[in-house]
Design a protein around this ligand. Structure first.
Ligand code: UDP
Length: 324
């Protein structure tokens, strides 16, 4: 089977590409390198420099493809509040261009990177797929918009989709094969790593007055290799089953303070932190129930304990002097 991975040079995408190749799939990557790094794309995959916003680029990338894993998107919830147009253009317009090209070419299997951001403020925890959707930032809105379009428009056009609602992706390939860290990251874990290796002075803790156990935001961190494995299971499942939506999380929540404490232990660095105001668009606590993914796909998180998450990241971020 030949799979197109859009955004395959990105943080999650490059891990999905590795997992596909390891399991014997033929892989083509379409990426505009606005966020990703070509060096992170394994040599066994074909690489096309291009954009999902371009019909012509999509047509080239889709040649001979059996299924698409669509990961090309902007993902910084905070930035999306400041610049919503950027998110609508890439995450919505780009995805619709890709989907329409797929329909025209008769390619019907589609795995969509969605997000826990579609849920917004949790009404109960853990969050299962029946939880009402009500995003509180434009990033989450773009993901929900595509979920709706898949249901309302593209099922009737023959698209068979897997919507994967990621909680917080973290960690790096446990064999160290993805080497280039993200450029100007916004997510907590890479920011903590940069503060540990000295490439930034400190981390800002966005609020310590949430109704959580220590006042800082709680998230469900899931190892990127666990996420990647779910994509392959989803592709496989779609070969003989109808469309579906599942959460992907570890079902465990950690606060910003807990992450920092563990990171200080593992890196043996002080990691200076400063309490600042809450970031717009941040819910206090998000923790998944991934029971559906477990029962439907036979998936489970295997690398998502905090030590593995942080130590596989530190392998990538640690400064060169720490290696000798
Ligand atoms: N966070 C923080 N400082 C940062 C980045 C994130 O305190 O520099 C907090 C953020 O408020 C949230 C948690 O860490 O409670 C996870 O944020 P991230 O941006 O990684 O993911 P998301 O907001 O998408 O859940």
């Amino acid at each position: 089977m030949k799979i197109l991975v859009t955004g395959g040079a990105g943080y999650i995408g490059s891990h999905v590409v590795l997992e596909l190749l390891d399991q014997g799939y033929e892989v083509v990557v379409l990426d505009d390198l606005s966020m990703g790094a070509k060096e992170n794309v394994d040599d066994r995959a074909a690489f096309i420099l291009g954009s999902i916003l371009s019909r012509a680029d999509n047509e080239i990338a889709l040649k001979g493809v059996d299924a698409v894993i669509h990961m090309a998107a902007f993902k910084a919830a905070g930035e999306s509040v400041e610049n919503p147009e950027k998110y609508t253009r890439n995450n919505v317009d780009g995805t619709l261009t890709l989907l329409n090209t797929m329909v025209d070419l008769g390619i019907h299997k589609f795995v969509f990177s969605s997000s826990a951001a579609v849920y917004g403020e949790p009404q109960y925890l853990p969050i299962d797929e029946k939880h009402p959707v009500n995003p509180i930032n434009p990033y989450g809105e773009t993901k929900l918009k595509i979920e709706y379009q898949l249901e309302k428009e593209f099922i009737s056009k023959g698209i068979c989709f897997a919507t994967l609602r990621y909680f917080n992706a973290a960690g790096y390939d446990i064999n160290g094969r993805v080497r280039i860290p993200e450029n100007e990251p916004n997510n907590l874990l890479p920011v903590v790593m940069e503060a540990a290796n000295g490439s930034r002075n400190m981390i800002e803790i966005f609020g310590d007055d949430y109704e959580t156990r220590d006042g800082t935001g709680v998230r469900d961190y899931i190892h990127v290799t666990d996420l990647a494995k779910a994509h392959i299971l989803a592709v496989h499942y779609l070969r003989s089953h109808p469309s579906f939506t599942v959460n992907l999380g570890s079902d465990v929540g950690y606060s910003v303070t807990e992450i920092l404490d563990t990171a200080r232990k593992i890196t043996e660095k002080p990691i200076p932190a400063n309490i600042s105001a809450r970031r717009a668009g941040d819910p206090p606590k998000l923790v998944a129930s991934s029971e559906k993914a477990k029962s439907l796909l036979g998936w489970k998180a295997e690398h998502s304990d905090l030590e593995t998450l942080i130590s596989t990241m530190w392998d990538i971020y640690r400064p060169a002097e720490a290696l000798v």
